[in-house]
Design a protein around this ligand. Structure first.
Ligand SMILES: [Zn+2]
Length: 166
């Protein structure tokens, strides 16, 4: 576990410039229900990790951060928050600083996934370059167009960004 944490902290340091902390944060695995109770007021939600401004990050016990790149990216997201906290940036606490911190954490998570998993899952929603007929006002077809961008399960095709073979 420690080697994964060190690797992720080092990557964040290299990409975002945050100092690597002298003491590694603890990674504590907890039940999904504890995450839901803490972050979503007990109402089921897809939370998989949290950081509460202490010396530990908390992850859903079902995550495999040793081998699964997507699960590792969730740990990375929480470690970004840990390093943000250590840096003293994103203060004083406010909605605006929270939004800025979250956006940075999500951007770094997506960038890390693009390096380690090939294609970020949300890239599957990017419309194809040949989606439109010349001079058309609307897309050729609705399939593959983004719906609401709410993190819905990606379509089970080969990826709408790839070139057609016909
Ligand atoms: Zn976050």
């Amino acid at each position: 576990m420690a080697s994964v944490v060190v690797a992720l902290l080092s990557w964040i340091h290299a990409v975002a410039g945050y100092e690597i902390p002298a003491a590694l944060p603890a990674v504590q695995f907890v039940s999904h229900q504890i995450l839901v109770d803490t972050m979503c007021e007990g109402i089921e939600c897809p939370v998989a990790g949290m950081y509460l401004y202490g010396d530990a990050v908390y992850l859903d016990e079902r995550l495999d951060v040793e081998t699964d790149p997507l699960h590792q990216s969730i740990l990375l997201h929480e470690l970004v928050h840990y390093m943000q906290r250590q840096s003293g940036l994103f203060t004083p606490p406010s909605c605006a600083t929270w939004v800025a911190a979250e956006r940075e954490a999500y951007r770094l998570q997506a960038r890390w996934l693009s390096v380690h998993q090939g294609v970020h899952p949300m890239m599957r929603y990017m419309p194809r370059a040949d989606l439109c007929e010349p001079d058309a006002r609307t897309p050729r077809k609705a399939a593959g167009a983004p719906s609401s961008g709410n993190g819905a399960v990606p379509p089970a095709d080969d990826g709408p960004h790839e070139r057609p073979t016909e």
